[in-house]
Design a protein around this ligand. Structure first.
Ligand SMILES: Nc1ncnc2c1ncn2[C@@H]1O[C@H](COP(=O)(O)OP(=O)(O)O)[C@@H](O)[C@H]1O
Ligand SMILES: [Mg+2]
Length: 335
């Protein structure tokens, strides 16, 4: 039996449009038909841009939102029918919710929350020692939380999610906005959870983070999973397609249109690095070995100076673009 099984989850939000007295309403399809399974010892990543429906999915799985359709089973318990049982089987960190007692130390906070979970003191103390070590807070454990940085509070929240030693852990954008050191120690701790044989569901909009941590990744876009599998499986969707990265120091609109008109080119995405520099990512269709040279010739024809060229293996971003026709908004703007 999988530890997490989401079956056709859906959530719609109805929002008013056009000011407080308007009757116009709009339905936002936040999540629409999300299904997946996670086994023990597996890290499952929901990867998608902002607004894709990641947090809404997590909230349904942890019983903070009631699905409009579908159900999910956590360690065999239904989120619809047995929410209390579900809560006993999960540890959660949501990026918004950090609520600690600022006038207590990190360790005292964890002891307090362990009390709420009715964990016997002796067991709690041992577990807390282990967790403080795990999140790299051992040296700061006896300092007041009010002296903690944002990253330290996030690490403490991560430790708190593991206090009850639940078999399933949900982490919503666990490294969002953190300093590199905190992000690193959280990533390390997440990998450690595999060894504890937990099932981990995490959301992220960092492709790099998903690649590094996840055994299985679901690409989510506009409320739907557009592809799912191991990293290699996802990349094999684009296996024989090459991507050419070209960095130029001058940009001409006509050049982009010209590139897009070639039939051996599948997709062109452009990001502006700074005012003067642009990076093109050009995904070629399968098979055509002349294509790389022809692409470069277009740049030469337009008299655009090339700073560097790189032929790259498809990334998760390319898989995402190829499946949705859209780039991750915050990573790269599609023109
Ligand atoms: N409480 C809400 N009311 C109305 N719309 C919401 C609410 N929560 C989320 N949404 C909308 O649902 C979509 C998915 O949001 P969310 O699950 O937070 O995405 P993500 O976590 O992937 O960034 C977005 O369009 C968002 O604006
Ligand atoms: Mg979110």
């Amino acid at each position: 039996m999988p530890l997490v099984e989401a079956i056709d989850l859906a959530k719609f939000f109805i929002v008013k449009e056009g000011g407080p007295f308007s009757r116009r309403k709009r339905v936002i399809r936040a999540v629409d038909g999300v299904s997946f399974k996670v086994d023990k010892g597996e890290i499952f990543g929901l990867l998608g841009p902002n607004g894709a429906g990641k947090t809404t999915t997590i909230k349904m799985l942890v019983t903070l939102l009631i699905p409009d359709r579908g159900d999910a089973y956590i360690n065999g318990y239904s989120v619809l029918k047995e929410p209390h049982k579900v809560r006993e089987n999960i540890g959660v960190t949501l990026s918004v919710e950090r609520g600690f007692y600022w006038k207590l130390t990190g360790r005292e906070n964890l002891l307090y929350f362990a009390g709420l979970y009715h964990i016997p003191k002796k067991i709690a103390e041992e577990r807390i020692d282990y967790l403080l070590e795990l999140v790299d807070l051992k040296n700061a454990a006896d300092r007041l939380v009010e002296t903690y940085s944002l990253g330290m509070k996030a690490r403490l929240a991560f430790a708190r999610a593991l206090l009850n030693d639940a078999p399933v852990v949900f982490l919503d954008e666990p490294t969002l906005g953190l300093d590199p050191r905190s992000a690193r120690s959280i990533r390390k701790a997440i990998l450690e959870l595999k060894r504890e044989n937990k099932a981990v569901v995490l959301t992220t909009h960092h492709m790099y983070e998903a690649e590094m941590l996840c055994d299985k990744i679901a690409l989510i876009s506009r409320g739907e999973i557009v592809a799912m599998g191991g990293l290699d499986e996802l990349k094999s969707l684009l296996k024989r397609k090459r991507v050419i990265e070209v960095e130029v120091s001058k940009f001409i609109g006509d050049l982009l249109r010209e590139l897009e008109s070639y039939d051996f080119i599948e997709k062109v995405a452009v990001s502006s690095l700074e005012a003067e520099k642009q990076k093109f990512r050009i995904t070629l269709k399968e098979g055509d070995s002349r294509a790389v040279r022809e692409v470069l010739e277009v740049f030469y024809e337009y008299g655009v100076g090339i700073d560097y060229v790189r032929i790259v293996e498809p990334s998760l971003e390319d898989v995402f673009i190829s499946l949705t026709g859209r780039a991750f908004e915050d990573e790269m703007d599609r023109i």
